[in-house]
Structure formats: structure tokens, C-alpha cells
Design a protein around this ligand. Sequence first.
Ligand SMILES: C[S@@+](CC[C@H](N)C(=O)[O-])C[C@H]1O[C@@H](n2cnc3c(N)ncnc32)[C@H](O)[C@@H]1O
Length: 216
Amino acid sequence: MEDSIEMILQDYGRVLPTSRPHPVLSACTGALLTGFYGLWSLFVMPGFRKIPWNLKVPYLPSSKVQTLNTMKLLEGRTGHLVDLGSGDGRLVFAASSAGFRCTGFEINSILVAYARSKALWAGVPSSQATFVKKDFWKTDLSTYNNVTAFLAPGVMGVLGEKLLRELPDDALVIACRFPFPNWPHRSSVGSGLDQTFAYDIGSVRSHLRNVVNPVV
Ligand SMILES: C[S@@+](CC[C@H](N)C(=O)[O-])C[C@H]1O[C@@H](n2cnc3c(N)ncnc32)[C@H](O)[C@@H]1O
């Protein structure tokens, strides 16, 4: 006798795993995803609302190699250094241990609090490393002679204009991973995602002047 469709389906149910997810498993997956999203938004979102869309840069820490490459380009330099978007402070700490007086501007209050507590824990005095919760686009940078920036390709052109307006001629700018469009770099270290580029502001200014008014 032929099996009824109900009997065939019952047999399949015994052999094949049920397609309905286990309720506890789905609840755990949901909770995990919500937790990850919560953490992500805590670190990426605070303070961002006031920054225009085209200038928003999310948090992504420098790799160890990238930090070392940046420090190589800073060799022989002294003075006051600013890290634009200092994140957890790793570049600021590396530069302050090389003797720079450092300031990190960071829009994300959680990262600022984290970097400050790391400085406290490591006994780094605020005269060597200061973390300021501030939008660097709204900050005058004219007192700094060393600048580091690990940001995003889309903001480098606008940042270049700001730096050219504000920095002294003897300033050195280090761009991590994303170079400035149309600026000639003095040197670069590393390759791929860890590449860093050094620019002398004085040389960039005279190059750009020559492009606008070529010497004949
Ligand atoms: C790619 S991460 C680099 C972090 C750190 N400099 C490093 O090398 O590990 C860029 C950082 O810039 C911060 N940032 C973005 N826009 C900012 C702004 N307008 N003012 C201050 N910080 C900003 C972000 O919150 C993020 O922490």
C-alpha cells in the first residue's frame, strides 16, 4: 500500500533536523548581536552627530607596524605633537615616550576616558600627554609643529586645506595609510595598509605655489 503524505513527512521529520531554530539559541544569538551592536555604537557613535557626514571618521586603531612607521618618520623631530583623532591614545603614548609633548584630540568621550585612564595607570604626566575631548575641525592647530593623522581618504583634501591655513612652515605632518591628494611627500615608510607619509609644510606650500604660478 502507498504511504500517505503525512506518514512520509513524519519519516522525514525523524531523519532530517527540524528547520525551526531552537528558541534558546535564537534568543542567545539575538542578545549577542544586540550586545555587539551596542558596543560598536558606543565606540563609534558618541560625539559624531554634530560632525557633517562627509567629515565623519570611525574609530580604527593603528596597527603596531603603522605606529612604528609613524615613529620612524618622526625621528630627529622635537616639540609639540598633535594626533588628530587620538582614539585609545596609542600614537600619543608612542610619541610621548620619544620625548614629544603630545595632545590628542578625540571626539569620542569613551575613548578619551580610556586614554586618560591609561595615562594615569602608566604614570604619564599630563605635561607629556594630554587627551582633549574636542572636534579637531573646530580647533586652531597653529601651535603644533608635528601632526599625525590616521583618518579616512575622503577627509584628507579638506584636512590639507586646514593644515595649510594654520600650521607653521617648519611643521611636519604624518599621514597614516591615507596620503594627502596633490601634496608631494618628503618620505614614506612601509607599504600597503601600514604605509605612512611625511610632509614638510614649507615644501608643500612652495610646491603648490609653483603649481599655481609655474616658474618659467
Ligand atoms: C582611524 S581612528 C585613529 C585612532 C588613533 N589615532 C590611532 O592611530 O589608533 C580615527 C579617530 O578619529 C576620531 N575622530 C573622528 N573625527 C574626529 C573629530 N572631528 N575630532 C576629533 N576626533 C575625531 C574617531 O573617533 C577615531 O577615534
